[in-house]
Design a protein around this ligand. Sequence first.
Ligand SMILES: [Zn+2]
Length: 748
Amino acid sequence: MKNFLTFVLAVTFCLPLMAEVTVVKNGKPLGRIVCLTDDDATRNAAELLRRFVSEVSGASIPISYNHNISPKKGDVLIGETCNAGEDGFRLLTRDGILHIMNGGDKGAIYGVARLLEDYIGVHYLASNYYQIDEHRKTVTLPEFDRVVTPAFRYRQTQSYSLEDPVFKMWFGWEVPQEIFIGNLWVHTFNKILPSRRFGNEHPEYYALLNGERMPGDHSQWCLSNPDVFEACCRQLDSIFAANPELDMISVSQNDGNDTYCHCDKCMKIYDEEGAISGAYIRFVNKLAERYPDKQFSTLAYLFTYQPPKKVKPLPNVNIMLCDIDCKREATLTDNESGQSFVEAMKGWAEISDNIFVWDYGINFDNQVSPFPNFHIMQPNIQLFKENNTTMHFSQNNAIRGTDFAEMRTYMLANLMWNPYCNLDSVKSVFLKRFYGAAAPYIKEYQDLMEGALIASHKQLWIYDSPITHKDGFLCPQLVKLYDQLFDKALQAVRNDSALTAHVRMSRLPLMYSKLEIARTSPNTPVDIKEQLARFEQWTDMYNVQYINERANTPADYCALYRRRYLPSEVPSKALGAKIIYLDVPGLKVKGAYDVSPLGAPDKGYQKIAYEGALTDGLYGGTTFVESWVGWLGRDADFIVDLGRDTVFSRVEIDFLHQLGAWIMLPKGGTFQVATEADGMSKWKDFGSFSFAEDREMQVKFVAGKAEVQTPRIARYIKVHIDGLGFCPDWHYGVGYAGWFFLDEINVY
Ligand SMILES: [Zn+2]
């Protein structure tokens, strides 16, 4: 692992005094680990070194905390300082003594990890999974003098491997609560001035939206109001007093799109600055002046992602820049959405050298799906480095069971320290160690899929569905090849349970994709039940907790799949029924599109609706991009024409609940029926349904239904669905119209 974590400052030179250092000889320690300072970094570094030298050699080196000790040959000194920057370190052998010097913060720990990796042959790969090259009785280190500084002073990712504290230390991962006061690191407006506490008395603190002050969990502050600044400072005074040990805090917009203040004074600032961010930077600069010994982080995200024209962030203002809207099939410089981000980033880099980039390599809605983005990771991270990024969060698919979670985390760990490392070599080292004899097949699978994505010219994005790629990199011919490769991979490691587990976990995204694609096809695969059972068994066996960001579990998914997507034993009598949309004036709010007739779905969903999506027997999944038909800010009014008089006792509509996408259940609905002889004019009540407010983040499929004791005969069913109108004040979309979605109407 020659290239592991070697940033540009790594230098090697030989001095006459330098020599090899033997720390263990014939199973006995020759010296001591001497801690020269009393901090946690030094202590953890010493313990880490002792543990792994002992695993390699069987010898436990004593640790001394006596600062006045006279060093002797074979000793390891930890805690001297060096000029390597925050989290950097220097490794030096001189006069038979090993020096592990700390450039600042946790540098000593990372120095030990590097020493173990590069010179003692201990290779950490994933949570509680590492390999030792050679167990031996004598541990001798060659001559070296290396200084290493990480490319980013703060390195964050999202990975299950971080549950293992040694893995986290090994690669120098950090978490927000280690540097941000009170864990206030993003979307903090409502945490600092909760609208529930201040909104009633001071609605003027909050955004003016559609002509009204809208205090809400996701509405922004009215930043031009000087009282907001003072109220914020009063809150910060007490937060700072309670957290004296840290100096960085985020004062940043709540999550949600376009919920910024539209009052005249705020609008004037946006205008003067040529960007909404101008008002945010002016506000945070004032905080930075009031508290010069603190660091203030603020978001450049969604509506604030363009830099301001006039104001420049002060040196103690950190810009957290997010590329959430960009696509991932090509590097940021090579796709249109990315180019707009790069332009904004260059603008920020011109006015700030204190940038925190939040990048995404994740599929939020279908986490256990292939996400072939390895080819863009290195160029993108180099771009961040070259544009004044000093702190970096790479939010990735790396919970258990997601697409190459372990390899992705390992690649990123290397890139975080050195964006210019030889990534091909990093990848092949990982493949060989983590997959053993299965490595060539896994590599072929990755390469094949990556090539197919690029050739398909389809976008890869963070709310993707495998179904989007069913004619692209997940087309039937390729899926067959992928399956063959995994069969060979499993065959190659059949006698090794750990490697078998690695291969099986890596296969889960392909298995999930096949299930998802199968449910959109009218011809259900003959082995679908076996596929589902195996997916359920493996996700359980390998402790896969979630299949999407909304905390839906694999077991729920499988149960739902059996209920929703396997051919029903009692088919709906509405299969193939015609839908006639009505012109009954429904509730219509600002921001809702004009449609005709008024009871019809919104424009983007009319094509699929008129093609029969509501009565085709196919249900939608957790992503609203397929099968679902949506109404925005209005009611739905339509007639289901069963074609002839039909006997039935139950009518059901399937709705989607997905708060993150502004999709909420409607208030309720009513059904009326008429026979062929009555025609579409004499209606009789059949029943109604209503829904309680639901604030849970999980994606849900909820039926709105009515049932009668004595079956009725009718040809026509008239449906009215009562929409929510505006999003409620606790929701991201406060002040804007909300959606409801349905995918199927069933009659039994
Ligand atoms: Zn305002």
